[in-house]
Design a protein around this ligand. Sequence first.
Ligand code: SF4
Length: 56
Amino acid sequence: MAYTITDECVACGTCAEECPVGAISEGDGKYEIDADACLECGSCADACPTGAIEAP
Ligand code: SF4
C-alpha cells in the first residue's frame, strides 16, 4: 500500500518537495504517488495544505 492523493489536490507541488524518495510527480490536474516507491513515511500528508493526501 501507499499514500494516495485525492481530488482535493490543487497541484501546488508542496508534497513533491517533501518526499524523501521522489515518489510524487505531477499528473493530469493533480499530483500522483508512485505506489512502488512510497515508503509510507507520511511526510507528504503532513505538508499538504489542503489535506488531500490519505494514509494507506
Ligand atoms: Fe513520499 Fe513519504 Fe509521501 Fe510516500 S508517504 S509519497 S515516501 S513523502
